[in-house]
Design a protein around this ligand. Structure first.
Ligand code: SF4
Ligand code: SF4
Length: 404
């Protein structure tokens, strides 16, 4: 295969084969270096907006030739996932529930997309035996979004997601750098226009400018950390256990978009919106059995358990006091004990105060002692700030928390 027409023909055949390979959209990008992106990433780093989960080498993130020798094109793929739960279990007094981000509802998308990439690679190799390819999904060096944008999968939106005209932003992205000179596609025109719904709805003002995210303030990132969280951010986490979808759920381009055709990506309702209390005492093995197949498990059980503690506090449901008191008294992890103290302070009342006072006598860890004292002070009559009272309980279905 050596002329332009044959590569054009192969590209058309590839796109026609996409659905049969379980892929919802395919676009082709040139394998040129991402020069502009590199400048943006440098600035992003200088401003301290990185999450810390990124590939640290900016050259690797922006130069496909460092990942595959003499690359000729990048094939970008998108696989659509659901955005709605059908008949979700209700979060009720005495049986409060948390919410997982939509990207963690089904089977781990890294696994699902790797499967699609393998199929795509086999399909290509049958036609071009000399194929060389390097595939990646999310954790690879290249920026999935920059590649998807260049390949015409969608536009890079103000909420920092890639919005496809067909599927909205409810798509997982992956890419394959190849040695095949497939002709590139045209980028999709930017269509956010004057809209700023995502920036207005972000509970923490993490979208500092259109398309610019301060990951340190983004709840999606914060829910994946393992340490202590600030009072402000704990309030804003609401009942989110993993990730945050607010800037996507409010996006008008996602209206009515819910994709149920990929079997592995469909949610298990009890895992997408789990009861909070049973999460608190889940051991490692139990957690792996329940969540090991989803993308929320990559940081282990600790962040999710800490977030469950926070959610119980944010619900201010007195039924949370006893389970939180148990965490405060006996969880071996000081971050969980300190967070439980915060949540007991948030719920308030005599039983919560009792639990805090008991713990104050036994606790040895400085950070927990501080959290207990702060919680006792927050719980004293006349000391509760008005904003805290105005917040109310977290949203039932999507973890939305009102802006304070
Ligand atoms: Fe804001 Fe949540 Fe979007 Fe992060 S994911 S930018 S916290 S709305
Ligand atoms: Fe763009 Fe509006 Fe969607 Fe934000 S909410 S990504 S501004 S269309």
């Amino acid at each position: 295969m050596d002329n332009v027409t044959s590569w054009e023909k192969l590209k058309h055949e590839l796109k026609a084969a996409a659905a049969g390979l379980g892929i919802d959209k395919i676009g082709i990008a040139s394998a040129d270096p991402f020069v502009e992106l590199k400048q943006r990433l440098i600035r992003h780093r200088e401003l301290g907006y990185e999450s810390g989960f990124e590939e640290p080498d900016l050259d690797k993130r922006t130069q496909p030739s460092l990942l595959l020798e003499n690359p000729q094109s990048i094939i970008a793929i998108a696989v659509a996932y659901p955005s709605k739960l059908k008949n979700p279990p209700k979060s009720e007094p005495g049986a409060r529930r948390g919410i997982m981000s939509r990207s963690a509802w089904g089977e781990d998308y890294h696994k699902v997309l790797r499967d699609r990439m393998r199929k795509l690679e086999d399909w290509l190799r049958e036609r071009v035996p000399s194929l060389r390819a390097e595939s990646m999904v999310d954790t690879g060096a290249l920026s999935d979004r920059a590649v998807a944008e260049r390949a015409g999968i969608g536009w890079s939106a103000k909420n920092c997601s890639v919005i496809t005209p067909e599927w909205g932003s409810w798509v997982y992205l992956g890419e394959m750098i190849t040695n095949l000179p497939l002709p590139p596609d045209e980028p999709v025109a930017e269509s956010c226009g004057d809209c700023t719904a995502c920036m207005d709805a972000c509970p923490t003002d993490a979208l500092v400018a259109p398309g610019q995210l301060n990951a340190q303030r983004c709840i999606s990132f914060v829910t994946q950390t393992k340490g202590l969280v600030t009072d402000e951010l704990m309030r804003k986490i609401g009942n989110r256990l993993y990730g945050c979808d607010t800037c996507q759920t409010v996006c008008p381009k996602n209206r009515g978009k819910n994709w149920t055709h990929q079997p592995e990506l469909q949610p298990d309702l009890e895992k997408a919106k789990p009861l909070l209390v049973p999460l608190l005492t889940m051991g490692n093995r139990e957690f792996k059995e329940a969540y090991g197949q989803t993308s929320s498990a990559w940081r282990g059980r600790k962040p999710i358990q800490r977030n469950a503690v926070i959610a119980l506090g944010n619900f201010k449901d007195p039924s949370g006091v006893q389970p939180l008191a148990n965490v405060l008294r006996s969880d071996p992890r000081f971050e969980l004990r300190a967070t439980a103290a915060w949540s007991l302070g948030r719920i308030g009342g005599a039983a919560a105060r009792d639990a805090l006072e008991q713990a104050l006598k036994l606790e040895r860890e400085e950070a927990v002692l501080e959290a207990i004292s702060a919680a006792l002070a927050a719980g004293s009559p006349g000391n509760r700030d008005a904003a805290q009272e105005a917040l109310g309980a977290p949203g039932e279905d999507d973890g939305l928390v009102k802006r304070e």
